[in-house]
Ligand binder design. Sequence first.
Ligand code: PAN
Ligand code: ZN
Length: 194
Amino acid sequence: MKELMEPIRTIVDFKKGVVNPDRIIKRRVSDIQGMYADNHALEKFLSQDNPLIYQVREVNIPEESGHIIYSTTIIYPGKVGQEYFMTKGHFHAKEDTAEIYFCLEGEGYLLMQTKEGKVFTIHMKPGVLGYIPPYWGHRTMNTGDKEFVFLTLFPGDAGHDYEIVEKHGFAKIMIEENGKPVLRDNPKYTPLNG
Ligand code: PAN
Ligand code: ZN
């Protein structure tokens, strides 16, 4: 008989994310440096304290079809130049897999993009659920003044393709202008099919 996995009980603190995660991934400015538009501001940050931009608190779930992987992400408030602190962003390696983002605390944006360069944003605040359909790359940014916390759920076999974002970037960036977040063309973006 097939041996079944035991069910899991996870506690999620709305402000702090998954309590007692199996793994915490921490990303600092240096881990996503090539993705910020303002090289000058970036160098200043790197020569100083290389701050923590976000952490992902993960539960061990098999990376296999049939499972649903879940984790919480906390993006700290801050900007590199005028550009808000953000995640690396990725496409799923298995491109026909969707994902759910559910905001627990703070506020920010979920930026999505197709490989053809079509862009869509969802303003996230507590209670907002963003559905990322298959084939859309995704990145999030904290546009508020406190921690932005969200829960994510995605198919076990989705996988992550970061390389494509490292090479091409996202078509748009989210920057602060007159105290407000605005979407602007990313000067570092190179179209995928161009
Ligand atoms: C999320 C992300 C998480 C961190 O769980 O992995 O928010 O962002 P990066 O993976 O882009 O660094 C998700 O989309 N998983 O598929
Ligand atoms: Zn994802």
